[in-house]
Design a protein around this ligand. Structure first.
Ligand code: ADP
Length: 394
């Protein structure tokens, strides 16, 4: 059975075609600059990558081109082979606590939360409608970034602000990267043969969030009302004192939108190092002795370590710490730095085991109080598995 996992942005469409139950990725690709001119796409299949430039006036045209290519490139014999399409949807508000089969009625309910994720949700929904138009007989499933976090309790998800903000405006912590956190929990609990694990999962890529999970249920997570909160990220500040926004606005004459943009796009590793948001560039600058890059890396790792220690307390002692996403899977120096900063928990790294990239692997020493694993994430597979499950239960 072949399932497409889709992540639609405002001018992009990312797809992965997955075979189930083998879990093999058959093909993947990206359509870019849809509707804004100079559009192009790449498709990876059988170890080869094709890139083409073609006018894509909207997402429906991109989907039509994709379907044509899948057949022309002999990736599938006919469109009937695609049995389901799973869509990443960033925000499901408080309403959508798990994945759901998408109908026009469900889409309209999801649209109520567009205001909570204005950059993402309308684009995600546009992607769904494009597939509904081009492949009207195929089941579409929505998989929400927020859903896995819906088990948080009010004491964790509420901010200490006027209660009416929550009641009337929906101001609360929602959390993001839920599909990745859920995938990591599933993978580590299957690998260790336990479904009662207390896990601290660190999803650290360009964006980043840490989640405390107990027996498959999220207890707390670092991202908040938006993905700006929590740990320091590539370009996002993470937690700050909200008062600095008004202060910076008054001092610089910047608008609230400009300051918010600075916090989202010019902060984090980029803001402190002045070099780059990419940890590879920061590491290179560190090797050249760049003081601000060293500071950025120290701050980055310290903030992650602080949350791990906090969540260890919240969980009453974690059974396992997992690291995932671009930085977690690939940067052995960042992993080592983080683990050295939680030495007070009795956690110890094994430098030999840590000397690898992108593999499911234990990287802590045998006498570490809490084992640490690197677990490569696969949100697309999680989306495909949810899609299959909902189709089977239809
Ligand atoms: P996103 O949040 O956009 O999904 P990813 O999880 O793909 O991001 O992570 C991307 C980040 O991973 C890059 O910005 C880079 O900082 C980091 N990264 C990728 N490869 C390496 C590597 N070999 N060494 C260090 N960092 C890496």
């Amino acid at each position: 059975m072949k399932i497409l996992a889709v992540n639609a942005g405002s001018s992009s469409l990312k797809f992965t075609l997955i075979e189930l139950p083998s879990k093999n990725t058959i093909a993947s690709g990206l359509f870019e600059k849809i509707g804004i001119g100079n559009s192009m796409y790449t498709i990876k299949f059988n170890g080869e990558k094709i890139t083409k430039e073609v006018d894509l006036k909207d997402h429906a045209v991109a989907v039509e081109v994709l379907m044509q290519e899948l057949v022309d490139m002999h990736i599938i014999a006919s469109l009937d082979e695609i049995e389901g399409i799973g869509h990443r949807i960033v925000h499901g508000g408080q309403e959508f606590k798990e994945s759901i089969i998408l109908t026009e009625d469900v889409l309209r309910r999801i649209e109520k939360y567009n205001e909570l994720a204005p950059l993402h949700n309308p684009a995600n929904i546009m992607g769904v409608r494009a597939f509904m138009q081009v492949l009207p007989h195929v089941t579409n499933v929505g998989v929400f970034d927020t859903a896995f976090h819906s088990t948080m309790e009010p004491k964790e998800y509420l901010y200490a602000v006027p209660y009416e903000w929550y009641q009337e405006l929906g101001v609360r912590k929602y959390g993001f990267h839920g599909t990745s956190h859920r995938y990591i929990y599933k993978t580590i609990s299957e690998a260790l043969g336990r479904d009662d694990l207390k896990v601290i999962n660190c999803h650290i890529g360009n964006g980043g969030s840490i989640t405390a999970i107990d027996s498959g249920k999220v207890v707390d997570t670092t991202m908040g009302f938006t993905p700006l909160a929590g740990i320091m990220m590539g370009t996002r500040s993470g937690d700050i004192d909200a008062s600095l926004i008004e202060y910076v606005m008054k001092k610089t004459g910047k608008s609230i939108t400009e300051v918010t943009n600075d916090l989202n796009k010019k902060s984090g590793l980029l803001g402190i190092s002045g070099v780059s948001s990419d940890s590879r560039d920061v590491e290179e600058a560190i090797n050249e002795g760049n003081e601000r890059a060293i500071l950025a890396q120290e701050m980055y790792c310290q903030k992650i370590a602080n949350y791990i220690a906090m969540y260890n307390n919240l969980l009453g002692g974690a059974d396992v710490i997992t690291l995932t996403a671009g930085v977690g899977e690939n940067s052995k120096t960042t992993r080592k730095n983080i683990i050295e900063k939680i030495a007070s928990l009795g956690v110890k790294i094994d430098d030999v085991k840590n000397d690898m990239r992108g593999e499911f692997s234990c990287i802590s020493s045998d006498d570490s109080a809490i084992p640490v694993y690197v677990v490569p994430t696969n949100e697309e597979l999680m989306i495909a598995l949810d899609t299959l499950e909902l189709i089977n239960n239809k």
